[in-house]
Design a protein around this ligand. Structure first.
Ligand SMILES: Nc1ncnc2c1ncn2[C@@H]1O[C@H](COP(=O)(O)OP(=O)(O)OP(=O)(O)O)[C@@H](O)[C@H]1O
Length: 249
């Protein structure tokens, strides 16, 4: 469980988040929503300890995140930024890099087995020897998620993981993230721009308005009024064969 208490975030004079209280249980998927510039990446960076909150506390399974040392944090928190780029190593090596926080002075059999398991889990075994620079966008995104999983984190932070992916890859990658969060009982936060993907894959949401305000709840409770107020676009929420959708009017 991730507990966020009275969190305030901002840059310079601008306050992005004020008084944020939120509990994020393990096993599910929290969609972090909001318009461009609302503070979604800033929130993830604060959780990854890359940015100092103005105030408030962050606890993971009861333990203050700020108290974790660098190595302990790398074992507990995996963060995939918006700007992740391929590195010139093989798929196998890229995922093995995620084991660094767990390594002693050499790679152990358990590390290699962990990489094999992740390759199989992500259906990437056939690409193990391929340089990351020769992957499609969807394949690369899966490798980066694999590297994050190799850290065996408890908290998984993914900033727009389906950006630049085609429809099939968006669905595949998000299904994989949801399945992984459930199977490995991870606390997972995913920044998404597509509300309909959020409705389909997330079970909770946090909607930031960029002016300090926020609304959070079960995905099923996200209302057109809440969406309209933040995105300033009139929308209708409808149901198509059991799948909720927001349609701009
Ligand atoms: N290091 C920084 N210094 C000053 N301002 C910043 C910094 N980083 C971000 N900002 C500003 O803070 C606001 C929130 O940025 P952030 O990247 O968190 O938004 P976002 O919701 O992730 O946006 P997007 O959907 O466009 O990725 C933006 O107006 C941005 O310009």
């Amino acid at each position: 469980m991730l507990e966020i208490r009275d969190l305030a975030l901002g840059h310079g004079p601008r306050t992005l988040v004020r008084g944020l209280d939120l509990e994020v249980p393990a096993g599910g998927l929290l969609a972090v929503l909001g318009p461009n510039g609302a503070g979604k990446s800033t929130l993830l960076k604060a959780l990854a300890h890359l940015l100092q909150p103005r105030s408030g506390s962050l606890r993971l399974d009861g333990e203050p995140l700020a108290a974790l040392g660098r190595a302990a944090r790398a074992r507990r928190v995996a963060y995939l930024s918006q700007q992740s780029r391929p590195v010139a190593v093989s798929v196998y090596e890229a995922i093995l890099l995620g084991r660094i926080p767990h390594l002693g002075w050499q790679v152990e059999e358990t590390d290699l087995k962990a990489v094999d398991a992740i390759l199989a889990h992500l259906d990437l075994s056939r690409l193990a020897g391929r340089p990351c620079t020769q992957l499609s966008g969807g394949e690369l995104q899966k490798v980066l998620i694999g590297r994050a999983l190799a850290q065996t984190p408890r908290l998984l932070l993914l900033d727009e993981p389906v950006n630049h992916l085609d429809l099939a890859n968006q669905l595949e990658v998000l299904a994989l993230i949801r399945r992984t969060a459930r199977d490995r009982d991870l606390v997972t936060l995913v920044v998404l721009h597509d509300l309909n993907l959020a409705l389909r894959f997330a079970d909770r949401f946090l909607l930031l308005d960029g002016a300090g305000g926020f609304v959070a709840g079960d995905m099923a409770s996200l209302s057109p009024e809440q969406v309209e107020q933040v995105y300033r676009v009139p929308v209708t929420r409808c149901d198509l064969s059991g799948q909720a959708l927001f349609i701009p009017r």
